[in-house]
Design a protein around this ligand. Structure first.
Ligand code: PEP
Length: 259
């Protein structure tokens, strides 16, 4: 099973907790002139919260869309320090990451919390990007598919398959994030195929769902990853902070529309 014909790939840059007003402006000055001619790939950038509005302005004349790295489980009210999905939509976000492994590992976000954030994002009209993936120990003990399925199932249970399919899924093996160690194209493809089959088994039009790969994607490995039939694009951390690297990854994605 592969994805539907000639679907544009999606590449999302996750800047994590990096940047400054000056650094972001410089990055976009280098990046936007290059990627603005890429019409066969959808591109999104997820800056830290304080820079969202400024980056939204800087992206105004481009086709690059805005995303956020996180959102509150709550809709509004007495939740000091939290940011709601509707606020993110209000300032122009289209996507929001949920369940990134750093949030799961460092900030105690369990499957129930991730599922609530996924539902809240949809309620706010955002497209949630659901991150799933196994640790090295889980891979080594043969649990990869079970871990990924359990993470997907938590969201399925909360929102149902039709709502789940409105999001994007990002397979991000934890051992490959920020480590320089990338899943081989074959390893990534195997998990992507498993996810797509899982979607199909739940009566979803699996071919229409976008499944991104994330984990040390760089300019020199992007093309081989994007060439896999079930990889619909990438979620890019470190390499999204360098204009030329990120542009090269986007170029690799547009050169490989999903067949
Ligand atoms: C990420 O933060 O989602 C990620 C994949 O990071 P990196 O590309 O740096 O591994």
């Amino acid at each position: 099973m592969s994805t539907s014909a000639n679907k544009k790939k999606l590449v999302i840059g996750n800047w994590k907790m990096n940047g400054s007003s000056a650094a972001n402006a410089a990055l976009l000055r280098g990046l936007l002139p290059v990627i603005s001619s890429f019409e066969r790939v959808e591109i999104a950038l997820c800056p830290p919260y304080p820079y969202l509005a400024t980056v939204a302005d800087l992206l105004d004349d481009s086709d690059v869309v805005l995303g956020a790295q996180n959102l509150s489980t709550e809709l509004s009210g007495a939740h000091t320090g939290e940011v709601s999905g509707s606020m993110l939509g209000d300032i122009g976000c289209r996507f929001v990451l949920v369940g990134h492994s750093e949030r799961r590992a460092l900030y105690g976000e369990d499957d129930a919390c991730v599922a609530k954030k996924f539902a809240t994002a949809l309620q706010a009209g955002l497209i949630p990007v659901l991150c799933v993936g196994e640790t090295l120990a889980q891979r080594q003990s043969g649990e990869t598919q079970t871990v990924v399925t359990t993470q997907l199932h938590a969201v399925l249970k909360a929102v149902g398959i039709d709502e789940l399919a409105k999001g994007v899924i990002a397979y991000e093996p934890v051992w490959a994030i920020g480590t320089g160690e990338t899943a081989t194209p074959e390893q990534a493809q195997a998990v992507h195929r498993h996810i797509r089959q899982w979607l199909a088994d739940h009566d979803c039009v699996a071919a229409d769902c976008r499944i991104l790969y994330g984990g040390s994607v760089k300019a020199d490995n992007a093309e081989r990853l994007f060439n896999q039939p079930d990889i619909d694009g990438g979620l890019i951390g470190g390499a999204s902070l360098d204009a030329m690297s990120f542009a090269a990854i986007c170029e690799a994605a547009q050169a490989k529309p999903t067949i």
